[in-house]
Design a protein around this ligand. Structure first.
Ligand code: RM4
Ligand code: MN
Ligand code: MN
Length: 432
């Protein structure tokens, strides 16, 4: 694998050199502007350097819809090539050093070899993702009518064992969490007994929880609909919170931004989960209608900022046990997935930095004075500040690119990978 093409640090340095003067000017200007508000720009850059967001192994493949998939050139043909692409994203943005594996889509043949390969590329492993929403070739039982909540004990057992398998693989490669999302639910009124289905789910999750190592976390990911369209077993954050509480301390709730009822106030849900000590993490993406899996920050950047406003508030108030884990969960259907993931990682950092520069003392004052206009303008002052120079400086100080997309394009990476990775029949990278 080592002889495969990688973007060299020299190219990044050369590309950065041509942008250094402009960045210095913009940084200087922003530094003075923030200085007038009593904010030290370098302290913000340091915080931005510390932000981490994981890349899902399936995200670097081109995704598709129910109708079609349009594969792009040079797609990764297996987990090792996916790791190469993840490493490329990290080289450019430096905030994505870990990969979240999906089992069985990216099940390693050899755990130790995979862990080694990742290490050589400067990567580690984030949460493991189990899959009991599809039947796997050769498996005895079908998930057509559910998995962890299925009426038949033997189907539940198979789903439980699969999750425990994911934990074992994760332990071998250095992961510290398991994310469980189930497609369980119903398509017709009366098809399922809501209460019993949840009882069965919990009973199964108790067995999985018992296999969670002490230094691990178990994330419960809720989703209101799809693939079940009448009801889902873990439909919302309330159900997720109830289950996490029932299971115990290591269980927490994971918020995927596309998994809610339309127009729901997600930032308030985030605040509630923080307050109740159960916010485990995020799957970032954006949407217009449902679980669209569009690029983070591409449709509703203000919402992303408001979510980070809650996260930063918790960070500054050292909320109890607050340590959420971040991942991008997108389906990149019409773009080069590397470019989409680079942009999305930057948008997540942007929302974080914008939230860091909110004048919190002022916000509290105007809240106490019941002054909604002043409250909104306090938030807007931060949201409308162009923090790009901070993001660029943070990347550069970490060895990344000032302009990641241009640098990526200048490297010719995709064209070279197209030659290196002749298409094999039946690649089904990404979400289909
Ligand atoms: C689901 C959910 C899960 C992801 C699958 C592919 O809607 O977001 O996190 O693993 O899609
Ligand atoms: Mn998700
Ligand atoms: Mn989803």
């Amino acid at each position: 694998m080592s002889e495969n093409f990688q973007i060299e640090s020299d190219l990044i340095a050369e590309q950065n050199a041509s942008r250094a003067t402009a960045l210095a000017e913009d940084f200087d200007y922003l530094g003075r502007k923030l200085g007038r508000r009593g904010i030290d720009i370098d302290a913000i850059v340091e915080k931005a350097r510390g932000l981490r967001v994981a890349i899902p192994s399936w995200g670097v493949g081109t995704g598709g819809t129910r109708f079609a998939r349009f594969p792009g050139p040079g797609e990764p043909r297996g987990i090792y090539e996916k790791l190469e692409d993840c490493a490329t994203i990290n080289k450019l943005v430096r905030s994505t050093p870990s990969v979240s594996l999906h089992i069985p889509w990216d099940k390693p043949d050899d755990n130790a070899a995979l862990a080694d390969a990742a290490k050589r590329l400067g990567l580690g492993f984030d949460a493991m993702n189990s899959n009991t929403f599809q039947d796997q070739p050769g498996s005895e039982n079908s998930y057509k009518f559910g998995s962890l909540s299925h009426v038949d004990r033997s189907v539940r057992q198979q789903a439980i064992e699969h999750n425990i398998d994911c934990i074992r693989i994760g332990q071998a490669i250095g992961s510290k969490a398991l994310t469980v999302w189930v497609g369980d639910g119903s398509n017709f009124a009366g098809q399922s007994n809501f209460r019993r289905a949840l009882e069965r789910y919990l009973e199964s999750m108790r067995e999985i929880y018992a296999a969670i190592p002490d230094d691990w976390r178990l994330f419960i990911e809720h989703k209101m609909y799809e693939p079940a369209f009448y009801s889902t077993v873990i439909s919302d954050w309330g159900t997720s919170y109830y289950c996490a509480r029932e299971l115990g301390e290591k269980a927490e709730c994971l918020v995927d931004l596309g998994h809610h009822a339309p127009n729901v106030n997600i930032e308030q849900i985030v605040s509630r989960l923080i307050q109740f000590g159960k916010l485990g993490g995020f799957h970032f993406n954006d949407s217009k209608y449902g679980d669209d899996d569009l690029d983070a920050g591409s449709v509703k950047p203000f919402q992303l900022f408001l979510i980070f406003n809650e996260l930063v508030d918790a960070e500054l108030n050292s909320a109890n046990g607050f340590d959420p884990s971040y991942m991008l969960d997108q389906s990149n259907n019409v773009t080069d997935p590397i470019e989409s993931l680079v942009m999305s990682a930057i948008e997540v950092s942007r929302a974080y930095v914008q939230a860091l520069i909110v004048d919190r003392a002022k916000l509290e004052d105007v809240q106490s004075a019941s002054d909604p206009i002043a409250a909104l303008s306090t938030l807007k002052e931060a949201f409308t500040t162009d923090v790009s120079p901070i993001l660029a400086a943070a990347r550069e100080r970490e060895g990344g690119a000032i302009d990641p997309i241009s640098t990526y394009r200048a490297s010719g990476y995709r064209k070279i990978k197209d030659k290196e990775r002749p298409a094999t029949k039946g690649i089904s990278a990404g979400i289909v």
